[in-house]
Write a protein that binds this ligand. Structure first.
Ligand SMILES: *Cc1c(COP(=O)(O)O)cnc(C)c1O
Length: 355
């Protein structure tokens, strides 16, 4: 039976990415060797690394003055690496979920943190608005897409300070004006590649303004200077990232992906709103196009387990909600075809008929 992969991360990758990465594991770039056993300093791998970074620049229209890095350690490493490099005295953070609050926790090791607004009291079901970011902070940080709670910020807050963002779960899903940002980072395992690499886009002149010494590995400047090859990069995830980026370009780029994503999300949200059994958990205007969170309506609560089983039997994988929200979460990343979303809405309709 066809499986429909709704996992939140690691998550669905394009068939092109899986197949060409599998082929390179057997024979990489005609070398007769596996991608897993070739020097990262070989001309074949350097070409992969350079092309992947160039494609990130092309697809996101990254302006001059920025560097694209592929680093290890996950997005969670960036929670500390970013303040290590940018926080001299005080930073402002927006608290919109678990990942945002994890980032806040780490930043506090480096200086004062001003949490300008939080939706924690409402279990992060909305994006706080109308907050002000003080002008005496080193930077402002926000999480563009809250993977766990299913909310998203599609228009960056208008701030007069350096802007930084965790875009782990919506990078490449919509156009972004990179010129407004000083640092953007994203763990790869949601919209790019297997786990193990983190994409960082950094404005070079934002670096070098803190007085503390920074260990080499945690200093963005080290990686900028060495073209993202200071030490051995995660070669397989970088190779897979290149395959995904090539596929994105082939499809027509980020604007095309955004259109598809809006389409898929609308299909599912419309069904959630129409179906008497279900309701969405996030405030409608802040709903994420990537992670759709929904629960059973009060009067049908006891059907949750049964719908879970029903969905599994229909080949729908990974729709169990995160424990902090409960219910269900369907992640509709770039690589997910519309037909999988249709399979989910069909299952919801059929289940409704039974009850
Ligand atoms: C998954 C996720 C993370 C954590 O990524 P790791 O690579 O596991 O550290 C951080 N932020 C957001 C928004 C995420 O979705």
């Amino acid at each position: 039976m066809k499986k429909h992969n709704f996992y939140a991360g690691p998550s669905i990758l394009s068939e092109h990415t899986i197949k060409s990465t599998a082929a390179a594991v057997e024979n990489f770039a005609g070398t007769g060797l596996s991608l897993l056993e070739v020097s990262h300093r070989s001309k074949e791998f350097i070409a992969v690394n350079d092309e992947a970074r160039a494609l990130v620049k092309e697809l996101l229209e990254v302006p001059e003055g920025y560097e694209v890095l592929f680093l290890g350690g996950g997005a969670s490493m960036q929670f500390c690496m970013l303040p290590f490099n940018l926080l001299e005295k005080k930073a402002a953070y927006l608290d919109t979920g678990t990942w945002a609050s994890n980032a806040i926790k780490e930043a506090k090791f480096f200086g004062e943190v001003d949490v300008v607004a939080s939706s924690k009291e409402a279990n992060y079901s909305f994006i706080p608005k109308g907050f002000t970011v003080p002008e005496n902070v080193d930077y402002f940080h926000f999480t563009s897409n809250n993977t766990i709670f299913g909310t998203q910020i599609r228009h960056e807050p208008d701030v007069k300070v350096r802007l930084t963002a965790d875009m782990s779960s919506d990078i490449f899903s919509r156009p972004v004006d990179v010129s407004k940002y000083d640092v953007i980072y994203a763990g790869a395992q949601k919209n790019l590649a297997p786990a193990g690499v983190t994409l960082v886009i950094v404005r070079k002149d934002a670096l070098g303004h803190v007085s503390r010494p920074i260990p080499s590995m945690l200093d963005y400047r080290t990686h900028v200077k060495k073209d993202s090859m200071f030490n051995t990069p995660p070669v397989l995830p970088v190779f897979a990232a290149l395959q995904t980026l090539q596929w994105y370009k082939e499809l027509g780029g980020i604007a095309v992906l955004e259109k598809k994503n809006k389409d898929k999300a609308a299909l599912l949200y419309d069904e959630i709103d129409r179906n008497k059994l279900f309701k969405g958990t996030a405030v409608a205007e802040d709903r994420s196009l990537m992670n759709v969170c929904f629960v059973m309506n009060e009067e049908y609560k006891e059907l949750e387990e049964e719908f879970s089983k029903f969905a599994t039997a229909a080949g729908l994988v990974g729709i169990k909600g995160h424990r902090s929200v409960g219910g269900f979460r369907a992640s509709l990343y770039n690589a997910m075809p519309k037909s999988s979303v249709e399979a989910l809405t069909a299952a919801m309709k059929e289940f409704e008929k039974k009850h």
